[in-house]
Ligand binder design. Structure first.
Ligand code: PCA
Length: 194
């Protein structure tokens, strides 16, 4: 099984993006350092720009041909690693000074698309390992949601499982090691099917 892990560049006032560190860590460590359950795992860092973020991801998807994609981004106000259930077909101009016009991401397409990751199984496993976990029903209306929606739309009638995970800032609530441990556990669930 091939699993693609994406993170994002730094953006706005966030000079550290843990999702980037995770994607880089995935490329730096071998299966001797982290348990990947036999999966071939690859990380990619995306630009924080509407549409371009997904274009970069798509390039990697076409190159790597993953069976699953775990896409990660920073949610600075969160305190837990949150599995996102839904991507919405909407974007808003953000507080980041962007001049994006609010509107549908893909006009005429579904209002929302669900994650195709086995959320409950991943949640159980990660909680059991003592990781700070949560479930969220909205990935917001910024670039994370944009990538999430376009990705779910792209894989709609395929067997590729994909979803988005928002992570808190690295610090007292969550460490980089815990993010790597989460990625490992989630891949374990995908490989075993439960
Ligand atoms: N978080 C932002 C975009 C990039 C990131 O890491 C978001 O939640 O949309």
């Amino acid at each position: 099984m091939r699993v693609l892990i994406s993170g994002f560049d730094e953006f706005g006032e966030h000079s550290v993006n843990p999702s980037r560190l995770l994607a880089e860590q995935v490329n730096a460590c071998s299966s001797h350092d982290v348990e990947w359950f036999g999966a071939d795992v690859r990380g990619v860092v995306l630009p924080v720009e509407f549409d371009f973020g997904f274009q970069r991801l798509l390039k990697e998807i076409n190159f790597f041909r993953p069976d699953a994609v775990l896409s990660f981004g920073l949610a600075a106000s969160r305190r837990t690693i949150d599995l996102e259930r839904f991507a919405v077909n909407w974007r808003e101009s953000s507080s980041m000074g962007s001049s994006v016009v609010a509107g549908e991401l893909l006009p005429g397409e579904a209002l929302a698309l669900a994650s195709t990751l086995p959320i409950e199984s991943i949640l159980d496993r990660a909680k059991g390992a003592g990781l700070p976990m949560g479930v969220s029903h909205s990935a917001g209306t910024y670039v994370c949601n944009d990538v999430f929606y376009r990705m779910q739309r792209y894989f709609l009638r395929s067997c590729v499982r994909s979803g988005f995970i928002h992570v808190p800032p690295i610090g007292t609530d969550c460490t980089l090691d815990q993010l790597v441990q989460f990625a490992s556990l989630a891949i374990g669930v995908l490989v075993r099917g439960r």
